[in-house]
Ligand binder design. Structure first.
Ligand SMILES: CC(C)c1ccc(C(=O)O)c(O)c1O
Ligand SMILES: [Fe+2]
Length: 338
């Protein structure tokens, strides 16, 4: 097997609501009107990765896991279809839906309603259809106006919203001081096209990359080293979802909690050179890879350092040299936008 393929196989184990009456009846809006030039040229600005929705085969089993072993706070749901979880003041940071295990949707919280228009206008200018989410659905999601599009390079459904219901009671950590949902990594065989699109259309600047194998991106101007990553793989897929914790002891406690409860640990603890984070990867009940991480470099909005190109070697993933279980990043389809 040639050297690059060999290294790549070691490193990654990756095989890659304000609806006007006339809009009410348009679910899929392919805007033919000239985009509003007053917004042209203004970059869409992201507040944060708002939420990740995943599909699971058994809602009750996974809901129990994410509450009782992962430490998210349940926040209701919709019959036997959806379960909401939070780790912030937002109504949800993580959603479980019934379906084929994998990624359902990525929710991006924008800085303003105008930023929803900016990203939607930009997508349409680049020939991508956008969908105004039905007010009945945004009401169920406790979100304001939301717009979706299907990313052709990874298959992922991206959703943009600016407002989401704020819970009266503060997020109260139980098992781990989960700070926030951190990032997700998507696998794609259209890696270079995806990187280009994410960098130049979605306004996701690269913070660092490991050769042409993994690319770590910020959702600008959110300062976190990465809110999304792309990995060069043979097929589309969800590699993992990350949650950031507040103390190194959250990692240590988790290590023993997972061992005592037979939760498969597939990598770590270790420490990532790109973001500097201490990490621990495990498998959820469907075998989807999830990650706790502690400590992550943050970038300033202006005068940010250039991205680094780390060599495609195992040491670029983990300073500590933790072994990798081959199940890491293997389970998780990407649901296409219906
Ligand atoms: C191995 C994966 C793709 C990886 C590599 C580096 C970081 C980091 O620097 O934080 C991650 O979070 C990862 O998931
Ligand atoms: Fe990660």
């Amino acid at each position: 097997m040639n050297f690059i393929l060999y290294i790549r196989s070691i490193i990654l184990h990756f095989p890659a609501w304000r609806v006007t009456p006339d809009q009410r009846h348009h679910r899929l809006k392919e805007f033919v009107m000239r985009p509003d030039d007053s917004r042209e040229g203004q970059e869409p600005r992201y507040a944060r990765l708002g939420y990740v929705a995943i599909n699971v085969s058994d809602l009750d089993r996974s809901a129990d896991f994410y509450e009782q072993l992962w430490g998210l706070q349940p926040n209701g749901g919709i019959d036997d279809q959806l379960r909401f979880f939070r780790c912030s003041a937002n109504h949800h940071d993580f959603i479980l839906a019934k379906g084929e295990p994998g990624l359902k949707r990525i929710g991006w919280q924008m800085e303003s309603e105008a930023d929803i228009d900016r990203i939607a206008d930009r997508l349409r200018r680049h020939g991508h259809a956008t969908i105004e989410v039905d007010p009945a659905e945004t009401a169920l999601l406790r979100q304001g106006r939301s717009v979706r599009f299907a990313d052709p390079y990874t298959g992922a459904t991206h959703e943009y919203f600016a407002s989401i219901e704020q819970e009266k009671d503060a997020w109260s950590p139980t098992l781990a001081n989960i700070q926030r949902i951190g990032h997700l990594v998507l696998k794609t065989p259209r890696f270079h096209e995806a990187v280009n699109f994410y960098n130049n259309v979605l306004n996701f600047p690269t913070s660092d990359r490991i050769g042409d194998v993994v690319n770590f991106m910020r959702c600008f101007p959110n300062p976190l080293h990465h809110s999304i990553g792309l990995s060069n793989s043979e097929s589309n897929g969800l590699h993992h979802v990350n949650f950031m914790v507040s103390e190194i002891d959250d990692i240590g406690r988790a290590l023993w909690r997972f061992r005592k409860n037979d939760v498969p640990i597939v990598r770590g603890p270790g420490r990532h050179p790109p973001s500097g984070s201490v990490f621990l990867y495990v498998l959820d009940p469907n075998g989807i890879t999830i990650e706790y991480s502690y400590g992550m470099e943050e970038f300033p909005e202006g005068n940010a350092r250039d991205h680094r190109v780390l060599p495609a070697v195992p040491e670029s993933i983990d300073y500590w040299g933790a072994p990798t279980d081959k199940r890491l990043g293997k389970i998780g389809i990407v649901e296409s936008l219906v």
